[in-house]
Ligand binder design. Structure first.
Ligand SMILES: Nc1nc2c(ncn2[C@@H]2O[C@H](COP(=O)(O)OP(=O)(O)OP(=O)(O)O)[C@@H](O)[C@H]2O)c(=O)[nH]1
Ligand SMILES: [Mg+2]
Length: 366
């Protein structure tokens, strides 16, 4: 946030001005060769030419160039505003730098009462967020930071997302918007599922939001402590997840308890692993070797007698991994073949937890 430091040319440089200047200078830090926060020295009451010249005296404050203005007459304010706009632009870039300052951002999302805030507190080892058995306790997405393995991790605890029809206008609606925004800001979303209340349609909705935002996901089945277990319980839950959340079957699953901390220590390593997989970049030769091999194993079926062809491909970006395949005609490829390519990419290269984008583009046959 830029500051205006307003002084009075009529009195000249006073001891009080010097004191304020001293305080401001102490607050400033050098960031990329610029002093931050920026301070704009505004010399007021400079109505006449003589007074405007006297404004130069204020260089002495060590704050930089003095801008002579007359608040009364409005003279000089144009230049002052130009300086302000420049400062705001610089500030904005610093602001986004602050936004990005974590190596990875992880959002904790899920239904109300799933145990999101309990998980946050357990990971931080402090009572940062309020936990209660009343659904809807967390009202706003809150960022916390922790260091893990030399990395700075942003954890975002979010407000529980209820079924759309049940969300009340006002505060709750705002809370849900903030939860969505938290997903947008994250690399990975930990989708908290309350084992006690079972895997619900709402859990699938929330996982769907994460997928639609092209974010990586980990499914965390919480409150495992209260489940009566036998040898098959995990398998039963896993099968149920496979059915109800089949569209996001690439997301790894962890059964744990944020309260008793059973398997809690696995949460962060899994989230970080997933975050890293998201960034994996394959070289063009790897991609083309992959394509040849995938076609050998399972060629795309002919459509209307014409063979679909993939000429070559590249990974155009990571985060999320995005592949561009040049083909003779995108329409000749059934979505199940795209799905096959995606699954094959996962078999060979992992990409655990991340959605994969495959774009088919027409390329004339040469
Ligand atoms: N038995 C058991 N209870 C848990 C566990 N994790 C959380 N709880 C309880 O579940 C209730 C809700 O926990 P919160 O952490 O506030 O849940 P939340 O997901 O943050 O809820 P909202 O902020 O309302 O969306 C509290 O009573 C917790 O003590 C768990 O692993 N096992
Ligand atoms: Mg909460």
């Amino acid at each position: 946030m830029p500051f205006f430091f307003l002084v009075d040319v009529e009195n000249g440089v006073t001891p009080a001005d010097k004191e304020v200047a001293e305080i401001l200078r102490r607050e400033q830090k050098k960031v990329d060769g610029e002093l931050f926060p920026p301070v704009i020295l505004v010399v007021n009451k400079a109505e006449s030419q003589a007074r405007r010249e006297n404004a130069i005296d204020f260089y002495e404050l060590g704050i930089g160039e003095p801008y002579a203005i007359s608040a009364l007459h409005g003279t000089g304010t144009g230049d002052m505003l130009d300086v302000l706009v420049d400062a705001l632009k610089k500030f904005k870039s610093l602001d986004t730098q602050e936004e990005d300052e974590a190596d990875y951002s992880i959002a904790i999302v899920g239904k109300p009462n799933a145990g999101k805030s309990t998980l946050l507190n357990a990971l931080l080892g402090s009572e940062r967020a309020i936990v209660s058995d009343i659904p809807g306790t967390t009202r706003d997405a809150i960022d916390s930071f922790l260091n893990y393995d030399g990395m700075r991790i942003r954890l975002i605890d979010t407000a529980g997302i209820r079924r759309r029809g049940r969300v009340e206008p006002g505060v709750e609606k705002y809370s849900v918007i903030r939860s969505m925004r938290a997903i947008e800001r994250a690399d990975v979303a930990l989708v908290m599922i309350d084992a006690e209340s079972g895997i619900s349609a709402q859990d699938a909705h929330i996982a769907g939001y994460v997928q639609d935002a092209w974010k990586s996901a980990v499914l965390l089945v919480n409150k495992w402590d209260v489940i009566k277990k036998d040898t098959f319980t995990i398998e039963e839950y896993q099968n149920e997840l496979k059915v109800k959340l089949t569209f996001i079957d690439y997301a790894p699953t962890l059964f744990f308890s944020a309260l008793t901390k059973q398997r809690l220590s696995k949460v962060l390593p899994l989230a970080i692993r997933v975050a890293k997989e998201r960034e994996v970049r394959l070289s063009t030769s790897q991609v083309n070797k992959f394509i040849r091999d995938a076609i050998d194993r399972h060629p795309p079926p002919n459509k209307a007698g014409r063979p679909p062809k993939i000429y070559y491909g590249t990974q155009v970006r990571g985060n999320p991994p995005t592949f561009l395949f040049h083909v003779n005609d995108p329409k000749m490829f059934h979505f199940t073949y795209k799905r096959y390519l995606e699954n094959r990419l996962r078999e060979v290269y992992g990409f655990i937890g991340t959605p994969i984008r495959i774009v088919l583009r027409r390329r004339s046959e040469k």
